[in-house]
Design a protein. Structure first.
Length: 347
């Protein structure tokens, strides 16, 4: 009988269920998916998952639990397993998608997805996930709540404008709309005050946000949003990963001479990150000569303003990551000073 050297539970996480495939690797490096089961995505389901996996798996070999970073649905399970001191790995969705395409799987289902995740975990050297600091989780909740308030306020303002434009506007309706807008304005100020207090109380976070805010157009809210959405860049190892995580990576469809689609951003990522980059990118195009030149060059190349703006957003997000990694402030005159270190901020 061949000796087992590694065991992995690949988990495809959905809002209401966990689809789990249990795999193992033998000493000759061959792999096998030998068990499959579905569990509800709540604490009782987590407990049942552990009981099932421990019953089936070899007790001499620890199980590594591998899952995708699927919005927020994977978080409760990840925290539960980490509290049990079990090995957990969270992988960016783009990595799993790229790996899935290398497998001989023609039908995509929750089951085959969990099998692909298990196989990925068996074949790759993975790092163990560490629960992010509470401060990033709270900041993410607050910045997302603010986004919802802004969206709701925009709807109310549009309704108010339409009501005022009518031949016979209803004064009662206008009064109620204004009152609701006033409440939302007050709540937005409360959220911003809470974010400011949280940052002030965390010296490390305060320093890194101050560094990020040296980029023209990037303010406290944008920096907080990026750090909150990435858990302080917990899963990010390079610039390519951060653009993929945000869905700002470019996808192309080309085959031979007959099939050639237009390059587009994938949008298979964190929409909150993409949204956070929009206004800062417009500001930095106006304020920073380097980005202004980049934008003008792209416009002259293809004539599409939005496409050029997205390229600036991607570059800006990469720069925020670089600042966080190097702990250096933004230097717009870096190239003029003869710098050549590609790891530095302006690279």
């Amino acid at each position: 009988m061949k000796k087992i050297v590694r065991q992995v539970a690949g988990i495809d996480v959905a809002q209401k269920e966990l689809v789990v495939s249990l795999g193992r690797m033998y000493e000759d490096l061959s792999t096998e998916i030998h068990a499959f089961k579905t569990f509800p995505n709540h604490e009782k389901g987590f407990s049942a998952l552990l009981i099932w996996s421990e019953k089936i798996a070899d007790p001499a070999i620890p199980i590594r639990f591998v899952m995708e970073a699927t919005g927020v649905y994977h978080e409760s399970l990840a925290y539960y397993l980490a509290e049990k001191r079990l090995a957990v790995t969270i992988v960016l969705p783009s990595k799993i998608s790229n790996f899935f395409r290398t497998l001989d799987i023609k039908t995509i289902t929750d089951k085959t997805a969990s099998q692909a995740i298990a196989t990925f975990g068996l074949e790759r050297n993975l790092t163990t996930w560490q629960p992010p600091k509470k401060v990033f989780r709270v900041i993410r909740q607050l910045t997302r709540e603010r986004d919802q308030l802004i969206a709701e306020r925009t709807v109310l303002k549009n309704q108010s404008h339409a009501e005022q434009a009518e031949a016979f506007p209803n004064k009662g309706s206008l009064t109620r709309l204004k009152e609701r807008i006033r409440v939302l304005n007050k709540q937005e100020k409360q959220i911003m005050a809470e974010i400011a207090v949280i940052i002030k109380q965390d010296e490390e976070l305060k320093k890194i946000i101050a560094i990020i805010c040296t980029i023209p157009g990037v303010g406290l809210l944008t920096a907080a949003c990026v750090l909150g959405e990435t858990n302080g860049f917990e899963l990010i190892r390079n610039k390519k990963q951060i653009t993929s995580y945000a869905g700002l990576d470019v996808k192309e469809k080309e085959s031979g001479t007959s099939v050639k689609g237009k390059p587009r951003i994938s949008k298979r990522g964190n929409r909150h990150l993409r949204k956070a980059m929009h206004m800062p990118s417009l500001t930095i195009i106006r304020k920073d000569e380097r980005f202004k030149a980049m934008y003008a060059r792209l416009i002259s190349k293809h004539g599409i303003k939005m496409k050029a703006c997205v390229a600036v957003q991607r570059k800006l997000l990469e720069m925020i990551y670089t600042l966080h990694k190097t702990k250096q402030t933004y230097n717009k005159d870096y190239f003029k000073q003869g710098g050549n270190d590609q790891n530095k901020v302006a690279a």
